[in-house]
Design a protein around this ligand. Structure first.
Ligand SMILES: Nc1ncnc2c1ncn2[C@@H]1O[C@H](COP(=O)(O)OP(=O)(O)OP(=O)(O)O)[C@@H](O)[C@H]1O
Length: 289
């Protein structure tokens, strides 16, 4: 294949086996040969019931799961078994946003410190880091004075904005988003999803977006992969998979959770900007109250 057409991320026949306690117990095969691709600037939504292996695939991409077979290529380079130093170097390219904004931020650090950490590690000079932090806060629609505040002073949605800003700090090409809105209430979910889309349109970042919720997946994704018991049973264009699924498991998932909003491509950038500004104003009021 020509390198021009190589996807950003290309996972082929990935197998993950978790070792089990007891020397006679065989390892548990959480991924049974999973293949998935993500192009630059696109979102692949991974959906499936609890235990189907979604988080495990995200962790495999992050180098955090025991990959025992297959390959994971990032920009054409094999990354499934990178030595620690090389994996660390890759962290400016591949970032993560976790599910729980209450535990993923250090409660003792100010937002400024949380955001400066990755910049410091990457050797960004202090003054440049300060400017970058202001830019990041602006990108996620948090007020500039958030810098001196602690996570406990923010709502769940605002904390997730801080986590997103931290993931964006080094301008990554790919963010693994592991159920990043499932701890949030419905209206906050929609705002944070729109923020993810807005950021993608502005920066060209790609997402591997994990969720058990088909309506969330439909809202955010260009492409969808449906996981069931460690395998991908259906994959394709998000609109197609979520409106006329061909696999019986996807059909069952859909019946369990009828989906609403397709990805809001129709919303013009200016309209979304206006919406986000209004939402940010509402968030500022929420902080103040
Ligand atoms: N560290 C581990 N050791 C052993 N088994 C594990 C480990 N992590 C995950 N598993 C198992 O692997 C399977 C897939 O788990 P995974 O967390 O990837 O599923 P998931 O689809 O993300 O589900 P959820 O939405 O509940 O997190 C599950 O059966 C789980 O129990």
């Amino acid at each position: 294949m020509s390198t021009n057409t190589a996807p950003l991320l290309d996972a082929t026949d990935v197998v993950v086996e978790y070792p089990m306690k007891g020397w006679r117990t065989p390892p548990f095969r959480a991924l049974k040969g999973v293949s998935a691709r993500i192009e630059a600037g696109r979102t692949l939504g991974l959906v499936g019931e609890s235990g189907s292996g979604k988080t495990t695939l995200g962790r495999a991409v992050l180098g955090l799961a025991p990959v025992t077979g297959g390959s994971i290529r990032f920009r054409g380079q094999e990354i499934a078994h990178l030595p620690r130093a090389e994996r660390r170097a890759l962290s400016s390219e591949i970032q993560v946003v976790f599910q729980d904004p209450y535990t993923s931020l250090n409660p003792a650090m100010t937002v400024g410190d949380i955001l400066s950490e990755p910049l410091e590690v990457a050797g960004v000079a202090r003054v440049a880091a300060r400017d970058r932090i202001r830019e990041l806060l602006d990108q996620v629609n948090l007020p500039g004075d958030s810098i001196d505040r602690l996570p406990r002073e923010f709502s769940g949605g605002q904390r997730q904005r801080v986590a997103i800003a931290r993931a964006l700090a080094l301008d990554p090409a790919l963010i693994v988003c592991d159920e990043p809105v499932s701890a949030l209430d419905l209206s906050t979910q929609a705002r944070v999803l729109d923020l993810f889309i807005e950021i993608q349109e502005r920066t060209g970042v790609a997402y591997l977006f994990v969720s058990h919720d088909l309506s969330v997946i439909r809202h955010i994704s260009h492409d969808v992969a449906v996981m069931y018991r460690g395998e991908i049973v259906e994959t394709g264009d998000a609109e197609r998979v979520t409106s006329s699924p061909s696999h019986p498991y996807t059909q069952r998932l859909m019946m369990a959770a009828p989906v609403a909003h397709p990805r809001r491509q129709a919303l013009r950038r200016a309209e979304r900007r206006e919406l986000l500004d209004a939402q940010a104003a509402a968030d500022v009021l929420e902080v103040a109250s």
